[in-house]
Design a protein around this ligand. Structure first.
Ligand code: AHG
Ligand code: MN
Ligand code: MN
Length: 337
């Protein structure tokens, strides 16, 4: 018997008591928006969605047409439902409060509408990442400070990867479940439950072109992997780098591995490339729920108290023993200094 996303969420609400009905409906709407984005992605050049939009976001990155289309789809799908107080996105400078003409809910939705923008035009897997928080005080009007909660406060997190298949991956704190989009039925169908990442791996993902700019502990880790059987690790490693975090994390949830996007010395004041609130936090919760680990090198990512909506962070996540090793290399370097 196949289980739809709707049924899975009803069970999470009814028998498991993990989520209230408002959160269930919110997640259904997010999934519907992802379906819309998936259709746009599939049309490609035929839908006029490729290429640059000729604008830049607050992070100074050039926006692709699909960055803006995906952002609009998510906003339009979510603003009238009555479950949200506000949304925040990689593509918007500040928060988007639910307009006054709609009822205000108590949830906050954060998203990276289109992750892996450099892969859109070359027909390589891309995705959407989302995180749901709850507004601490329901009686006040919403502002940016309401969003500045640590990752441990998330009530739902997930991503949708638009690849050879469209797959929605979700956690509400009861493990990780994967749903494949059935295009004929128009619904997401549960295809894997209780996803578990092996603690060990021989596969790493990092943009090697930045090696000379990394901090010493990251250089040490990757250098040891590269030495393979003849080096201190005594085994050969394989490397994969899609350059879409969704696709790299999806591979790790499927067969293990370690993903790193570390701080580098070209811009020492910048913690890393990836953003804490709508990239690192949701991915960290999924990884931890699947038995993996996620750290900045210094801290567990989900424990970091955010100071800014678009704050960046160094990311090391995946198979537990490998992440712990990289963290240990950071500790050893700090102790020696
Ligand atoms: P986005 O497209 O949302 O800006 O995110 C891109 C991120 C992430 O998905 C990926 O891991 C990384 O940028 C790729 O960076 P490189 O260009 O260094 O490969
Ligand atoms: Mn991204
Ligand atoms: Mn993006």
């Amino acid at each position: 018997m196949s289980v739809s996303l709707t049924r899975y969420l009803v069970e999470q609400q009814r028998s498991k008591g993990h989520i209230p009905s408002e959160l269930r409906l919110l997640l259904e709407v997010v999934a519907r928006a992802c379906k819309g984005i998936s259709h746009a992605v599939n049309k490609g050049a035929l839908g006029g969605i490729l290429g640059s939009a000729g604008s830049a976001n607050i992070q100074g990155e050039v926006q692709k047409k699909l960055d803006i289309i995906a952002n609009d789809v998510l906003i339009e799908a979510n603003e009238w439902g009555g479950h949200l107080a506000a949304m925040a996105s990689e593509e918007m400078d500040s928060i988007h409060a639910v307009p006054n003409r709609y009822p205000q809910g108590e949830y906050l939705l954060l998203f990276d509408p289109l992750d892996g923008s450099s892969n859109i035009d070359v027909n390589v897997s891309i995705g959407t990442i989302f995180s749901v928080l709850k507004k601490a005080d329901a009686s006040t009007s919403v502002n940016e400070a309401d969003f500045l909660q640590a990752g441990t406060q998330q009530v739902a997190a997930g991503y949708c990867v638009y690849g050879p298949q469209t797959t929605l991956v979700l956690t509400v704190g009861d493990g990780v479940a994967m749903f494949t989009l059935d295009r004929e039925q128009g619904s997401f169908v549960l295809t894997q439950e209780d996803v578990q990442i092996p603690a060990d791996t021989q596969e790493f993902a990092i943009n090697m072109s930045n090696m000379r700019h990394w901090a010493a502990p990251v250089q040490r880790y990757v250098d040891e992997c590269l030495q393979g059987k003849d080096g201190p690790r005594g085994k050969d490693f394989n490397m994969r780098w899609v350059a879409s975090m969704v696709a790299d994390v999806h591979r790790i949830l499927t067969r293990g591995g370690i993903f790193l996007y570390p701080w580098d010395k070209r811009e020492p004041g910048k913690a890393g490339k990836l953003r804490l609130m709508y990239e690192a936090n949701p991915m960290s919760w999924l990884i931890e729920q699947a038995g993996g680990a996620s750290s900045s090198g210094a801290d567990r990512i989900m424990d970091i108290a955010p100071a800014q909506l678009h704050q960046r962070v160094s990311v090391i996540l995946g198979s537990r023993n490998e992440v712990e090793r990289v963290v240990r290399y950071h500790q050893e370097a700090a102790a020696a200094a």
